[in-house]
Design a binder for this molecule. Structure first.
Ligand code: HEC
Length: 370
């Protein structure tokens, strides 16, 4: 079997020699080279025929310049740089494929006829022309042409290229084959995102609706780019009283992934009725208003304890009505005006009537009354 194989491959080589040497006679030439030799998956390389030197042997280089990212329908300049000291004739072939090995975008041959286009198995190839081999150009050569990106984001695109740094002897020997590939990706789409949370308890109670309660909120930009996030506080519709939610910031500018703390003050006015008051805070991305997050705080306004029953006759407020209270009242006797502790009946003046009131409660325990 192995003998037969050798015979066959030797026959193949002879055939190759024959075709090569008779190319001038039959006007059949391997310049341009056959398609599907770029080294792409499932393809061969120029080294299938250009034998004698190992593929990608050191001493030469093949460099491709492609767009790192592509925008649909955008036109890009592609450069193929091939070099190897001592060589003097040059060739290349390139194709661009998506992840499914399907043709991606379109090459355009350069105006100077150094490159040409071919198609095989629905794949497009660009390669050197006879003029494009730049025969006699020593040590290095490059080709420049355009490529138009596909009309949509089709994911990463790989450019496969093979180059032949040849010696110009008109045969496939003494040549150096290099392969290279480079990937172009679609730009990462920007995504907006917001998260909002209450730091600590989501509920608080207070008896002082005017002073209110402060909540700390943490707003985070969960998107992948800089964003401005707007904040809004809204009270439950129809809630009794007039409890309001006030935010320390109405908008915050945040880097991707960054967060900031914002204070929500829930406070009411003097007439706020006791009860539970829900204030909802909504954080919305300015870039994408469909991206929003919300939290709700519940503030309980507790009823103040009823004021102690008035016992103005306990003038010094020590819990019992005795001679001291009488003395205090007497000390203000004859005075008139507001805020007189001795004005027991509240008529604006301290007189005998007030002394009578204190006396009538003499000995009472005012603590017990409360
Ligand atoms: C099927 C075999 C075969 C493949 C594959 C092949 N070549 Fe060739 N190539 C030849 C033969 C035969 C010659 C010599 C005859 C000629 O110049 O046409 C040649 C010659 C050349 C020459 C001129 C060499 C010199 O020293 O004068 C260049 C340049 C070249 N090929 C480039 C390429 C490139 C680039 C590839 C890969 C994309 C490639 N070839 C793939 C068979 C092949």
């Amino acid at each position: 079997m192995s003998y037969l194989k050798n015979v066959l491959s030797i026959c193949g080589l002879f055939l190759l020699f024959f075709v090569a040497s008779s190319s001038s006679v039959f006007a059949f030439s391997f310049s341009p080279p056959p398609d599907e030799k770029t080294g792409a998956p499932g393809e061969g390389t120029c080294a299938d025929c250009h034998v004698g030197n190992a593929l990608n042997v050191s001493g030469g280089s093949l460099i491709v310049t492609i767009p790192e990212t592509y925008e649909p329908n955008e036109v890009y300049t592609i450069i193929v740089d091939l070099s190897r000291a001592g060589q003097s004739k040059w060739g290349f072939e390139m194709t661009a494929l998506d992840a499914n090995k399907v043709r991606a975008g379109s090459f355009a041959a350069d105006g100077a006829a150094n490159t040409q286009l071919t198609e095989t198995n629905s794949k497009q190839y660009i390669q050197h022309t006879t003029a494009g081999t730049a025969t006699g150009t020593n040590d290095a050569h490059s080709w420049e042409f355009e490529w138009t990106a596909p009309d949509a984001d089709i994911g990463p695109i790989t450019f496969y290229v093979a180059g032949n740094a040849a010696n110009g002897d008109g045969s496939f020997t003494g040549d150096y084959i290099y392969t290279e590939q480079a990937e172009s990706t679609p730009p990462v789409p920007t995504v907006a995102g917001v998260s909002l949370e209450i730091v600590g308890d989501t509920t608080h109670a207070t008896m002082n609706a005017v002073a209110g309660v402060n909540y700390t909120l943490k707003v985070t930009n969960t998107g992948n780019m800089m964003d401005t996030i707007t904040l809004e506080a809204s009270a439950e519709v129809g809630i009794e009283g007039s409890v309001l939610g006030a935010l320390s910031d109405r908008s915050v500018e945040l880097e991707a992934g960054a967060g900031a703390e914002v204070t929500l003050k829930v406070a009411g006015d003097l007439f706020t009725a006791p009860g539970d008051y829900d204030i909802t805070v909504t954080a919305t991305s300015e870039t994408d208003k469909t991206m929003a997050a919300e939290v709700t705080t519940t503030t309980t306004i507790e009823a103040s304890p009823p004021p102690p029953p008035p016992t103005p006759w306990d003038v010094n407020g020590d819990g019992t009505v005795n001679i001291q209270d009488l003395v205090l009242t007497a000390s203000e006797l004859g005075q008139s005006g507001e805020a007189l502790t001795g004005d027991i009946n509240g008529d604006g003046a301290v007189n005998i009537l007030d002394l009578v009131l204190v006396s009538s409660h003499f000995g009472e325990d005012t603590k017990a009354v409360q």
